[in-house]
Design a protein around this ligand. Structure first.
Ligand code: NAP
Length: 257
């Protein structure tokens, strides 16, 4: 069975490992290409956009894809909308693997904001030391609030974007342990953390550390992410694909209906 796995997340990599040695499936992994040196993947991998819904539907047809798994990041809403539309057009099943969001615990001082722009405004007029745990696409919003000192952490340098004047960058790749995050926030005398509600464990350390330091977290709300059949884990996604493959075999057999 030919499967397209839309990836770029820990869950997609876990599913890739579950499927790589399974002869029932021929899986292509697709990455957006946001980082120039992505982690090595065990599956044949293509990189870069398809060209919207039309491009994705064409690719699905050309590659004779029979099922799609959307395991993209919770904030990557456009590719998910394209996947819903393209799978409907091609009449193939779509399973969506969405990481549950973090929930605030006692002691958390979260301030929910709608966007990176709203987070920049919510920092206020008084200069603060701000930790930006965000990507290249979001940090541009903070150029509109140049009164603050920013420390951002990213996998690679955000070339070609306008940055705030007092901006420092730490190049690093997760996972990040809570104790290390505590040390970083303390040493850098951070007043406020700005984060997406990514969910999962790999980037939760800063949230736990902020709680311990009683720091506020400006939490950027998740976008509405269109989805197919909801799948709760990489194992559930594998089981769903197995059921599709078994059904396909049954309906192809002479006794099948
Ligand atoms: P997006 O806004 O949903 O996608 C924008 C375009 O990128 C899509 O229309 C598609 O281009 C292409 N694309 C996205 N994912 C793809 C994939 N797996 N394979 C092939 N093409 C893909 O997503 P985004 O621009 O990647 O990111 C949006 C938000 O999600 C940002 O906030 C970003 O920081 C966050 N994000 C975070 C992580 C992370 O932290 N691990 C990873 C990914 C995204 P075409 O229309 O041309 O097909």
């Amino acid at each position: 069975m030919r499967v397209l796995l839309l990836g770029g997340t820990t869950e997609a990599s876990a599913l890739a490992r579950l499927l790589v040695d399974d002869a029932r499936f021929e899986v292509s992994l697709s990455l957006a290409g946001r980082t120039s040196s992505p982690r090595a993947q065990p599956l044949p991998t293509r990189v870069g956009g398809f060209g919207g819904t039309d491009g994705l539907a064409d690719w699905i047809e050309r590659e004779c894809i029979e099922a799609v798994i959307d395991a993209t990041h919770p904030y990557a809403a456009r590719i998910s909308a394209n996947a819903v539309a393209a799978c409907a057009r091609c009449a193939i099943p779509l399973g969506s693997l969405l990481r549950p969001p973090w929930r605030a615990s006692p002691g958390d001082r979260w301030i929910e904001v709608a966007s990176a722009e709203a987070a920049a405004t919510a920092l206020g007029d008084h200069p603060q030391r701000v930790f930006l745990a965000l990507g290249r696409l979001e940090i541009v919003a903070f150029a509109a609030a140049p009164q603050h000192d920013y420390l951002a952490r990213m996998i690679e340098r955000p070339d070609g974007v306008t940055l705030p004047p007092r901006f420092r960058l730490r190049l690093d790749r997760g996972p990040f342990a809570a104790d290390d995050e505590l040390r970083l926030l303390t040493e850098e005398r951070i007043d406020v953390v700005v984060s997406k509600n990514s969910g999962g464990e790999a980037s939760y350390g800063k949230i736990a550390a902020a709680r311990r330091l009683k720091l506020p977290v400006l939490m950027i709300a998740r976008p509405a992410k269109p989805a197919g059949i909801g799948l709760v884990s990489p194992e559930a996604a594998r089981d769903w694909l197995e059921a599709l493959a078994a059904h396909r075999e049954t309906s192809r057999s002479p006794r099948g209906v």
